[in-house]
Design a protein around this ligand. Structure first.
Ligand SMILES: [Zn+2]
Ligand SMILES: [Zn+2]
Length: 288
């Protein structure tokens, strides 16, 4: 949908769509430079902080060098993001005519997603006719990209160090823990293993891992998967609980997403393996 909101002497481009992603997922795509580069253009000097100045480089034309100068004006996490968008040169008519506009993103949580409303306002007609026309189509495409990038950035992806074994997981972790049991110490080569456990039905695997089994303290069989080429431990599955899939934290493409909740088998932990004392610790596994 794309309607034209008429103001006194300026025009705005309005694109209003509902995407099947959480506001936080879209917010991340809107406000991280690496992701903006994928759905719009690579920003230079971008920080999602009020007052930050950043630029985009687009095609130069006439006397205009093609640089779009932006400044962050408002940041309300997961709700509202506003920046100024200026470009053009006084010596240009048509393409590259002086442009002094504002881009406003508004996110509204819906039952099964987020309403994304983009308003690019301040086009003065007829001076900015070319920009207005080009960007009316442009923003519609950009929003489709934003939808796709949001969908991708939502997945948990990762794999082994050499890249031969890879996974893609759709869904949020059910459980995130550090485990100090003897098996995890052996597998990690240090004081504990760090894991994210997901529902298994959202998992796609690529490449052939080598598997071996451990009988856990509980008597249950844990199947450990590692890459036969580089040796990295990648994931674990459990015969007694086939619905879950556990990955080693460092195998994630973005291990920064790990937010450990608890320490398991703390009774086997060594004093030198110091973990956040504020985290809940269980001698073995948490009950249930
Ligand atoms: Zn590998
Ligand atoms: Zn363990």
């Amino acid at each position: 949908m794309n309607d034209l909101a008429v103001q006194t002497d300026t025009q705005a481009i309005v694109v209003d769509e509902v995407f099947p992603h959480a506001p936080a997922t879209i917010w991340k795509a809107l406000t991280s430079g690496d992701l903006i580069a994928r759905w719009l253009m690579a920003p230079e000097g971008f920080e999602p902080v009020v007052g930050n100045r950043f630029t985009f480089q687009t095609t130069a034309g006439g006397k205009w060098d093609g640089v779009i100068h932006c400044q962050v004006l408002e940041v309300v996490p997961c709700e509202r993001f506003v920046y100024g968008w200026q470009g053009g040169h006084a010596g240009n008519d048509g393409y590259g005519a002086p442009l002094d506009t504002m881009v406003t993103w508004t996110l509204t949580r819906m039952d099964h997603g987020t309403r994304v409303r983009l308003v690019h306002s301040g086009f003065v007609l007829p001076k900015n006719e070319t920009a207005y026309r080009n960007m009316s189509d442009g923003w519609k495409k950009v929003l489709r990209n934003l939808d796709n990038i949001s969908a991708e950035s939502h997945l948990y992806t990762g794999g082994c160090a050499c890249g031969a074994v890879r996974y893609e997981i759709n869904g949020e972790p059910l459980f995130m823990n550090h485990c100090q049991c003897r098996d995890c110490q052996h597998i990690s080569g240090t004081g504990h293993g760090s894991y994210l456990t997901f529902a298994g039905d959202g998992v796609k695997l690529e490449g052939q891992a080598t598997h071996w089994d451990i009988i856990a303290d509980s008597g249950n069989v844990k199947t450990c998967a590692f890459c036969p080429t580089c040796g990295s431990p990648v994931y674990m599955t459990f015969a007694a609980n086939p619905g879950v899939f556990t990955v080693h934290t460092a195998s994630l493409a973005d291990p920064g997403r790990y937010q450990p909740q608890v320490v398991t088998y703390a009774m086997r932990g060594y004093a030198w393996d110091h973990l956040d004392p504020a985290m809940a610790k269980f001698d073995k596994m948490p009950p249930g």
